[in-house]
Design a protein around this ligand. Structure first.
Ligand code: AMP
Length: 210
């Protein structure tokens, strides 16, 4: 199964992707996580991506596309994948279509998790991420900043109000147009991402089980 998740930052793509990946035995491939890994390990990709990520801008396509190309060639992605945060503009969407065509496969579902900006701003400004296990929580649900794994809940550097509004602008200007691109291919399924996590999950499973 080849699936992509499209939605604004904070729409719950990462959380939903984790459970879809377990249920359908397909790898969860998050370009945001991959870039954060590179950043943490000071790799050449990380050093190049940092300036863009700090400002909430898209990392250049040549770097992102190459990273995804290599990842999709890994054995675990041969039988299917769930892409989270890629493609994020029309150029990347066309690149992915060409890449899959060369490999004799194609996208089956584009899940568009739609959430209005007001809700996104509330969610992201209170979002905390464990610096050890990566678990995501919200300040309203945390008793302390200590995670059960022993790590500490921290604010992501790009979850400040200023960067959130830049990321939303990038989403509307560059990422939303890919919805129309995939609608023309009849692949888009709209998911109401403003609902509770379990209800969003239900909608997604309904689509994927058809
Ligand atoms: P995310 O965790 O998906 O919100 O991604 C965090 C940051 O990584 C984004 O704000 C971008 O700077 C970068 N990034 C992630 N995915 C992409 C992509 N497909 N294209 C370009 N930049 C990306």
């Amino acid at each position: 199964m080849q699936v992509i998740l499209v939605g604004p930052p904070g729409s719950g793509k990462g959380t939903q992707a984790k459970s879809i990946s377990v249920k359908y035995h397909i790898p969860h491939i998050s370009t945001g996580d991959m870039f954060r890994y590179h950043l943490k390990n000071n790799t050449p990709v990380g050093l190049e991506a940092k300036t863009f990520m700090d400002k909430g801008l898209l990392v250049p396509d040549y770097l992102t596309n190459q990273m995804v190309d290599l990842r999709l060639q890994e054995p675990d992605a041969k039988g299917g994948f769930l892409l989270d945060g890629f493609p994020r503009n029309l150029e990347q969407a066309r690149f992915l279509d060409d890449l899959l065509k060369q490999q004799g496969r194609r996208l089956e579902h584009v899940l568009w998790i739609d959430v209005e900006d007001k809700i996104i701003i509330e969610r992201l400004s209170g979002r905390r991420v464990c610096n050890k296990c990566g678990n995501i929580s919200h300040i309203d649900h945390l008793q302390s900043n200590r995670c059960s794994c022993g790590g500490t809940y921290v604010t992501r550097v790009d979850d400040t109000l200023e960067v959130i509004s830049d990321r939303l602008k990038v989403y509307h200007d560059q990422t939303e147009p890919i919805v129309a691109y995939y609608q023309a291919q009849g692949k888009v399924r709209v998911i109401d991402g403003s609902l509770a996590e379990v209800d969003v999950n239900k909608q997604i499973y309904e689509v994927l089980s058809k």
